[in-house]
Design a protein around this ligand. Structure first.
Ligand SMILES: NC(=O)c1ccc[n+]([C@@H]2O[C@H](COP(=O)([O-])OP(=O)(O)OC[C@H]3O[C@@H](n4cnc5c(N)ncnc54)[C@H](O)[C@@H]3O)[C@@H](O)[C@H]2O)c1
Ligand SMILES: O=c1ccn([C@@H]2O[C@H](COP(=O)(O)OP(=O)(O)O[C@H]3O[C@H](CO)[C@@H](O)[C@H](O)[C@H]3O)[C@@H](O)[C@H]2O)c(=O)[nH]1
Length: 334
C-alpha cells in the first residue's frame, strides 16, 4: 500500500513527502516538474515525471504502487495569472483533477486529500472574520473558482463512489522545513515572504506593496500565514482520520491570526536585519482585503495542534532556505 503525492516535487508537496518519509510510509510522486524540482525530495522516493491529466500513466502508477490514498497538490497557483489565463487554470486545476479523481475511483483508492484554498471565500465581509467553512463561497479569481469546482467534484463523487475525501482550504502557506531539507524554490515565485526575503538578500531589486487603500488598519491586505510544516502535519492527521473511518470533510488550515503586508515586511526586515526599501504600487488583480481562518473544525476532527505559530520563525525558516538556494546556485533564473 502506498500514498500517491501529486505535485510532490513542489513547495508544499515536497514537505509532505518528507513528512511521510519520516513516518516510514511508502510514497510515490507524480509531478510534471513545471514548477517543482526532484532534488527537493528524498532520493529513495520514486518520482514519476508526468502529468496528472495523463490518465494511462496515472492508472499504471496507481496499479503498480498499490495506491491506497492520494494527496493532490499538483496545480497552478498564482492568483493574478489566473485572472489573465482563466482557461489555463480551469484546465490544469479543474479538468485534470477530474481525470485524477476518475482514476482514483477506478483504482479503488480509499482516501483523497485535496489542496483547496482560502480563495474560495472571495472577498468576505469583515464581520465574518475569522472565516468558517460554511460561509457563502464566492471566489473573485478564476484560481479560487477552479479549486471550488474540484471541491464540488469530490463532494459529489464521494456520494456516488466508495471513497472519502478531505478538502483542506489553506490560507497563506509560508516558511520552510526547519531541518533545511526543502523550501519554496521557484525563483520567480510571487509569494510575499519569499519575495521580501529575496529582496533582503539582494536577489531582487525591490519589493512592491500592492495597494495601501484597502479597508484595513494600515490599508494593506491582511493574510493568515501558516508554517508549511504545520500544514503538512494537518494532512497526515486528516489522512489518518479518513483511513480510520471518519466521514469526508472540508476544513480551513490557518492559525486564526492575520498580519498586514506592512507587518510582514517589518518582520522580514527584523529577522534579516536588512532595512530594504518597499514601494507602494497599485492593487494587484484578484486580491481580497483580508483572509483569516477559523480552524476549529480541523482541530476538532484531527486533533491538529500547530507547532510553528510564530511569524518571525516562519520568516526565519524561509530566509534560511533562501540562503541555502543561493549556496546551491539554485537562484540563477533571477
Ligand atoms: N502556497 C500557498 O500558499 C497555497 C495556498 C492555498 C492552496 N495551495 C495549493 O497547494 C498546492 C501546492 O502548491 P505549492 O505552493 O506547493 O505550489 P508549487 O507550484 O510549488 O507545486 C505544484 C507542483 O505541482 C506540479 N504540477 C503542476 N501541474 C501539474 C500537472 N498537471 N501534473 C503534474 N504535476 C503538476 C508542479 O511541477 C509542482 O511541483 C496547489 O494545488 C495550490 O493551489 C497553495
Ligand atoms: O510582492 C508582493 C507579493 C504579495 N504582496 C501582497 O501580499 C499579500 C499576500 O500575497 P501572496 O503571498 O502572493 O499570496 P496570496 O495572493 O494571498 O495567495 C496565496 O494564498 C492563497 C490563500 O490565501 C492561496 O490560494 C494562493 O495559492 C497563494 O499563492 C497580498 O495582499 C499581496 O497583494 C505584495 O504586496 N507584494
Amino acid at each position: 500500500m502506498s500514498i500517491l503525492v501529486t505535485g510532490g516535487c513542489g513547495y508544499i508537496g515536497s514537505h509532505m513527502t518528507w513528512n511521510l518519509h519520516d513516518a516510514g510510509k511508502d510514497v510515490v510522486i507524480i509531478d510534471n516538474l513545471s514548477t517543482g524540482f526532484s532534488w527537493l525530495v528524498p532520493d529513495s522516493v520514486p518520482v514519476i515525471e508526468g502529468d496528472i491529466g495523463d490518465s494511462d500513466l496515472v492508472a499504471r502508477v496507481m496499479k503498480e504502487h498499490n495506491v491506497e490514498a492520494v494527496i493532490h497538490f499538483a496545480g497552478s497557483i498564482v492568483v493574478p495569472d489566473s485572472v489573465t489565463d482563466p482557461l489555463g487554470y480551469y484546465y490544469n486545476n479543474t479538468v485534470k483533477s477530474r481525470s485524477l479523481i476518475e482514476n482514483a475511483v477506478n483504482a479503488k483508492v480509499k482516501a483523497f486529500i485535496f489542496s483547496s484554498t482560502a480563495a474560495v471565500y472571495g472577498n468576505p465581509d469583515e464581520a465574518d472574520e475569522p472565516l468558517k467553512e460554511d460561509l457563502a463561497l464566492e471566489p473573485i479569481s478564476p484560481y479560487g473558482t477552479s479549486k471550488l469546482m474540484t471541491e464540488w467534484m469530490l463532494r459529489d463523487s464521494a456520494v456516488a463512489y466508495d471513497f472519502t475525501y478531505a478538502a483542506l482550504r489553506y490560507f497563506n502557506v509560508a516558511g520552510a522545513d526547519p531541518e533545511g531539507r526543502t523550501g519554496q524554490s521557484t525563483p520567480t515565485a510571487t509569494h510575499l515572504i519569499k519575495v521580501a526575503n529575496q529582496v533582503a538578500l539582494g536577489q531582487r531589486d525591490s519589493l512592491a506593496i500592492f495597494g495601501d487603500d484597502y479597508p484595513t488598519a494600515d490599508g494593506t491586505c491582511i493574510r493568515d500565514y501558516i508554517h508549511v510544516s504545520d500544514l503538512v502535519a494537518a494532512h497526515a492527521l486528516a489522512l489518518e482520520s479518513l483511513l480510520n473511518g471518519h466521514e469526508s470533510f472540508v476544513a480551513n488550515c490557518g492559525y486564526g491570526k492575520g498580519y498586514s503586508v506592512l507587518e510582514v515586511v517589518e518582520a522580514v526586515r527584523r529577522v534579516s536585519n536588512v532595512d530594504f526599501a518597499a514601494k507602494v504600487t497599485d492593487r494587484r488583480d484578484g486580491d481580497p482585503a483580508a483572509l483569516v481562518a477559523d480552524s476549529t473544525r480541523l482541530r476538532g476532527i484531527t486533533g491538529w495542534a500547530p507547532q510553528h505559530d510564530d511569524l518571525d520563525l516562519i520568516v526565519k525558516t524561509a530566509l534560511d532556505w533562501e540562503k541555502r538556494l543561493i549556496e546551491k546556485g539554485h537562484n540563477r533564473a533571477l
